[in-house]
Design a protein around this ligand. Sequence first.
Ligand code: OAD
Length: 229
Amino acid sequence: MILTGAGVSAASGLDTFRGHGGLWKQFDAEACATATALYTDPLRVWKLISFMRRAARTAKPNPAHQAIAALEHRLSNEQSLTVATQNIDGLHQRAGSGNVIELHGRLSHTRCMSRRCSLEPFEDWELYETQVPRCERCGAPLRPDVVLFEELLPPDAYRATETAVQTCDLFLAVGTSCTVHPACDFVYEARDAGARTMLVNLEPPESTADAFDEIHLGPAEELLPLLLG
Ligand code: OAD
């Protein structure tokens, strides 16, 4: 299995979250990306999402996404590849990956805030920078179909990832700082279940380095085509 983070999409022109020029330098995560913010100041959440949508809607998959998709298509019948991504940009699917778990939701969709409303999440690349959109069915505010801090991961996505983590023979993490729970714990579970563990990242992780058998430092868009090609 492959666990990906924002670094995989850096070469597609999308900002990572941490580090120089990262999104959390431009936006206050607590004020823009928490469940609390969704209730106290939803427009701030939408401003962040609109910023991300503006960049993602014209972004194209890069050689890192393409190398992962190509690997899936080269597998034999006995092999399988699960991609679990913390990214919400949809670029793995656009590169041709078929088996993608979106742990943090999807930027491309909007849903109703009301749990009683029957409106299904719908595709929506609109930017909402001046006004919070409202549900045409029940009038409640709409929200992005993404996972914010203080929220649980979608249960199906979490379960499917746990299964892949516990049964994989290779756990490869790419372009992630390995700092956000629960994704940062998956490498320990995979290692304890007997998988070979690898990291491809621009810089060494702050806290999980001991869990990786191999760490390859460099840009994913250069290293993945070599490692997986
Ligand atoms: P981060 O921004 O925390 O980390 C991105 C990592 O990618 C860093 O360690 C960079 O060194 C590395 N990187 C940057 N460019 C790269 C490249 N070209 N090739 C390889 N590596 C590169 O992003 P994530 O780990 O994805 O969650 O962050 C995890 C979660 O924290 C996000 O999904 C988001 C965020 O808060 C929520 O918003 C819920």
